[in-house]
Structures are given as structure tokens and as C-alpha cells.
Design a protein around this ligand. Structure first.
Ligand code: ADP
Length: 319
């Protein structure tokens, strides 16, 4: 193998740049040429592809977002789109591709591999919702962004003796809510993986109030539903002044944490190692601090699970 490509696709996440850098530098270290595909699969179809050198990925390790930009591309979901993409790659003599993105992007990588074009997936998403890896690139940074926001909200919550409902991202996964709720001592954490009763949420709030608590923080994963609705129900069912904050896209930006930069460097590098080893249709991941790889097929067939011990702990610590 002489020439590989790299792209970022789907939702961006902090640390994607560090992953691109790792792919490029590791490949060049092993005497491969590397091409960057801009705008994800859309750029693959349109041929927006440029050669990357060592210096092309300088000064990006600390930056959020992705220097290759990202996009969602409906055309790529069709066979015609996928074949067009392979044609573009072949025109440039690119023999394999590293895809940095979430599960949707991995489906695309799987399709290309099935058509005979080798791909490796690197998990990049703040949601931490990809089976086969304990952590995805961007999760830790998003988590820290949430913590900083909740800390600030807590100050004003205390001053005004208010109840705050904070809606965090995560799509169908509760990891961001669970980890941020635990790290911020939230009274209640609502995640899509666990059923809840509104009456329990209210009872918990009232218990806290009865023992003199000045404020309450409730973290709601977006996969549960609207934080606004939950805030409204609390306001209606208690006398507590309730405010709702939807953190939104600030969670996707910012300089990646050290943890995400290191994870991205390790996973990006591992992806190139797999390609050099002749492997394809795999995703890289980290489990128990060991770098692993799985068939994309097998990994995506599994359901992402939350850590039950952590969920139980969060309940025990917020009695
Ligand atoms: P993420 O990778 O963050 O989960 P998406 O689900 O939006 O984001 O997927 C990103 C892109 O991956 C899509 O816009 C599309 O181009 C491609 N993709 C998603 N699902 C498939 C699929 N089943 N087959 C082929 N390509 C897909």
C-alpha cells in the first residue's frame, strides 16, 4: 500500500483534528502518502481531495472542530453515490481510507469495504454511543464543557434557591448526562436507558427541600425528551421556582482535553497500523485502556450500554 485517504464525517467532535494529525503523521512515518478528503462523504463524491503533508496537520492538535470539515451526505447512502466515491479515490490512486466519525459514518465505511475498498473507522463523537469502545473522541471534552456550565448555573441556583433542569446532548445515549450528573452532584439524572417516574423526581426534590437544600440540579439527556417539558412538570407539581437550560451546541466545540488528544492520537495511529496490516472493515476502540479493533458489522450490531455500576452510584450519592 502506498496511498491512503482520511476524512471526518457526521457530527464533529473535539479531538477530530488530533486524530487527523495522528493518521497523517503515522502514515508518513511509514512512508505512505496521505490525502485529506474535505466535507466527509460529500467531498468523496465531488472529488474534494488534497494531498496532506507533515506540515498540513501542524498547529491543529489543540483545536476543536475538524480541519477537513464535515458534512452529512444523503447521496452517499445510495449505491450510485458509493460507486462514484470509489471512482474518485481510484482516480487518485488512493487504496484505503480512514473514516473518523460516528455510527452513521461507520455504516458508510462498511459499505465501501463491502464494495472492495478497504476502510477503517475511528470513533469520533461526543455522544460516547459506539459499541466496542469505552470512550469516543470528544466525549471527555464535551463532558468538561458541561461541568463548567453546570458549575456556573449552580452558583445562580444557590443564590436564588431555584431548581434547575439542564438538558445535555448525547442523542440516544445517556453517557454525557450520567457522567456530568455524577461529576456535578446532580440530584436526579434522567437517561434514555433507564425508566423513571416523575413522582420519584418530585419526591426527591421535596426531600432535599425539607432538609434545607438551597437548590437542585436535574440533568436530563436529550434522548429522554425535552428538558423544557420536564421543567414545566416540576413547576406545576411543586412550588419550587424552576428554570431550564438547554446547553446545545457549546457541547460540541472547544479545545480538546488532554485525554481526548491522547485518545485521538492513539486511535488514529492504530487505524493506520490496521491498514498496514492489510485489515479492512474494522473500527478501532479502547477497552480497559487497551487499544482494540472489531468488525464494524459486529460492533454496530451490539447495543451501546451505560455503565450500570455508575448509574447505581449516582443514585446512592444523591439520596
Ligand atoms: P454520525 O457519523 O455522526 O453518526 P450520520 O449518522 O449523520 O453521523 O452519518 C454521517 C454520514 O454517513 C451520512 O450523512 C451519510 O453520508 C453516511 N451514512 C450514514 N448511514 C449510512 C448508510 N447506512 N450507508 C451509507 N452511508 C451512510
Amino acid at each position: 500500500m502506498k496511498r491512503i485517504g482520511v476524512l471526518t464525517s457526521g457530527g464533529d467532535s473535539p479531538g477530530m483534528n488530533a486524530a487527523i494529525r495522528a493518521v497523517v503523521r503515522k502514515a508518513i512515518f511509514h512512508k505512505l502518502e496521505v490525502y485529506g478528503v474535505y466535507y466527509g462523504y460529500a467531498g468523496l463524491i465531488s472529488g474534494h481531495i488534497e494531498k496532506l503533508e507533515i506540515g498540513s496537520v501542524g498547529d491543529i492538535i489543540h483545536r476543536g472542530g475538524t480541519m477537513l470539515y464535515t458534512a452529512r451526505c444523503e447521496e452517499f447512502k445510495t449505491l450510485e453515490g458509493q460507486l462514484k466515491a470509489i471512482e474518485q479515490l481510484k482516480k487518485l490512486g488512493i487504496e484505503a481510507l480512514v473514516v473518523i466519525g460516528g455510527d452513521g459514518s461507520f455504516q458508510g465505511a462498511k459499505k465501501l469495504t463491502e464494495h472492495g475498498f478497504p476502510c477503517i473507522g475511528v470513533p469520533g463523537t461526543i455522544d460516547n454511543d459506539i459499541p466496542g469502545t469505552d470512550f469516543t473522541i470528544g466525549f471527555d471534552t464535551a463532558l468538561n464543557t458541561i461541568i463548567q456550565a453546570i458549575d456556573k448555573i449552580r452558583d445562580t441556583a444557590t443564590s436564588h434557591e431555584r431548581t434547575y433542569v439542564i438538558e445535555v446532548m448525547g442523542r440516544n445515549a445517556g453517557d454525557l448526562a450520567l457522567w456530568s450528573g455524577l461529576a456535578d452532584g446532580a440530584e436526579t439524572i434522567l437517561i434514555p436507558e433507564e425508566n423513571y417516574e416523575m413522582s420519584d423526581v418530585i419526591a426527591r426534590l421535596q426531600r432535599g427541600h425539607a432538609r434545607g437544600k438551597k437548590h437542585s440540579i436535574i440533568v436530563v439527556a436529550e434522548g429522554v425528551g425535552s428538558g423544557m417539558d420536564i421543567g414545566k412538570q416540576i413547576q406545576e407539581q411543586t412550588s419550587f421556582e424552576t428554570r431550564v437550560t438547554v446547553l446545545g451546541h457549546i457541547q460540541r466545540g472547544g479545545s480538546p482535553t488532554a485525554s481526548d488528544r491522547v485518545l485521538a492520537s492513539r486511535l488514529g495511529s492504530k487505524a493506520v497500523e490496521l491498514l498496514l496490516d492489510g485489515q479492512a472493515g474494522k473500527m478501532v476502540g479502547i477497552q480497559g485502556n487497551i487499544l482494540v479493533s472489531h468488525d464494524i458489522d459486529e460492533a454496530l450490531a451490539k447495543k451501546h450500554l451505560i455503565d450500570q455500576d455508575m448509574y447505581q452510584l449516582s443514585k446512592e450519592l444523591s439520596i
